[in-house]
Design a protein around this ligand. Structure first.
Ligand code: PLP
Length: 376
């Protein structure tokens, strides 16, 4: 199998698995218990918190562990908006943000959806124009999951620092892959998810800058400083911490190598296939992200054809629930429905090799030709 769907999820690093195992066995204590078993688990949770904080330049007490990126995004939007009247998001946010924004809209919150250019970049001037006196929260993702485009978060953050609105970024695709520093970016809230950087699924975190008040989504025992009640997923949190520690050490080298492989794939595809176009920004993109449209070749058919050759990729259009609507991201970038239909996303990762990229380039032209001949 050649796995090129790292934006969907990454394999758990063996070192992460090893770090987690003791907390599924003898270290099973509840971190809220005062006895020794509880204290062992508490120490592990706090060590993981420090490691996650380290990865993004935060203080440990600014990290709230959640049940994944979706929950952290919802906590940022619902909890960060509070009783605020106006919210700004971009049109290309992940559904964890977009659908939360729509839910807030149904409760009477005014929401502005800022557009993007043809490369999927938000224009900071448009955010500035949408800003109102009563804007309570601005949420712009750091890197797009479908086309890999990086957003001008530092520019937005520095600029928004002079406005009372809070600034949240969904950095699920960025953390562990590009340098992320909450102070350099001047963000108040930031979402990350462990399974996107070789940690386990179902664990994420929300960074909340000291002094930024949040209303919890979940009420109960008051864990995570009252912001996320529920007994902590200790093994998962330990895995998240270990994945963060590994990413800190490895990612400058990983990033360079993966970028080279991505460029090899992009060049190879553009050179060997007619009617192919790169989607997203040509250079301001995630190291591992190569996304294309293939004219006249429906993405789902191409995905299945490549799957028969053992190659795992994804389309820009199929969302988690398996619906086949054209991608809201590609449509927001100005692509037609027909163009968006022919989209395919290859996302490379730590284990991707040059041999795998060459193997993909070996079968891709024939796969595209085959699907075009079939016409569906
Ligand atoms: N935000 C972005 C940009 C994502 O890519 C994803 C996952 O695909 C999420 C949020 C949701 O994260 P999780 O799968 O941890 O709930």
């Amino acid at each position: 199998m050649i796995y090129l769907d790292h934006a969907a999820t990454t394999p758990v690093d063996p070192a992460v698995r090893e770090a987690m195992l003791p907390y599924e066995r003898e270290g099973f204590g509840n971190p809220n218990s005062l006895h020794r078993a509880g204290r062992v688990a508490r120490r592990a949770v706090e060590q993981a918190r420090a490691r996650v904080a380290d990865l993004i330049g935060a203080q440990p007490n600014e990290i709230v562990f959640t049940g994944g990126g979706t929950e952290a995004d919802n906590l940022a939007l619902f909890g960060g908006l509070g009783t605020g009247a106006h919210l700004i998001v971009s049109q290309i946010e992940h559904h964890a943000v977009l659908h939360a924004a729509r839910a807030l809209e149904r409760r009477g919150v005014a929401v502005s959806y800022v557009s993007v250019d043809r490369h999927g970049r938000v224009n900071p001037d448009e955010v500035a124009a949408a800003l109102r006196e009563d804007t309570a929260l601005v949420s712009i993702m750091a890197a797009n999951n479908e086309v890999g485009t990086l957003q001008p978060i530092r520019e937005l953050g520095n600029w928004l620092a002079g406005h009372p609105a809070r600034f949240h970024t969904d950095a699920v695709q960025a953390v562990g892959h590009v340098p992320v520093d909450v102070n350099d970016w001047d963000v108040d809230l930031l979402t990350l998810s462990a399974h996107k950087f070789h940690g386990p699924k179902g664990v994420g975190a929300l960074y909340a800058r000291t002094g930024v008040e949040l209303a919890p989504l979940l009420h109960g025992g008051g864990q995570e400083a009252g912001l996320r009640s529920g007994t902590e997923n200790v093994a998962g949190i330990v895995g998240c911490g270990e994945a963060a520690r590994l990413a800190c050490g490895r990612f400058p080298a990983d990033r360079e190598r993966i970028t080279r492989l991505r460029d090899r794939l992009i060049r190879g595809a553009l050179d060997s296939i007619d009617g192919v176009a790169l989607t997203g920004h040509p250079s301001l993109r995630l190291p591992g992200s190569a996304s294309f449209t293939f004219a006249g070749a429906p993405g789902e058919s191409l995905l299945l054809k490549l799957d028969m050759s053992g190659i795992c990729v994804s389309t820009g259009s199929a969302c988690a629930s398996g619906r086949l609507d054209p991608s809201h991201v590609l449509l927001a970038m100005g692509l037609s429905k027909a163009e968006a239909n022919g989209s395919l996303r290859f996302t490379l990762g730590r284990t991707t090799t040059a041999g795998e990229i060459d193997a993909v380039l070996g079968v891709l032209p024939d796969a595209v030709a085959h699907v075009r001949r079939l016409g569906f």
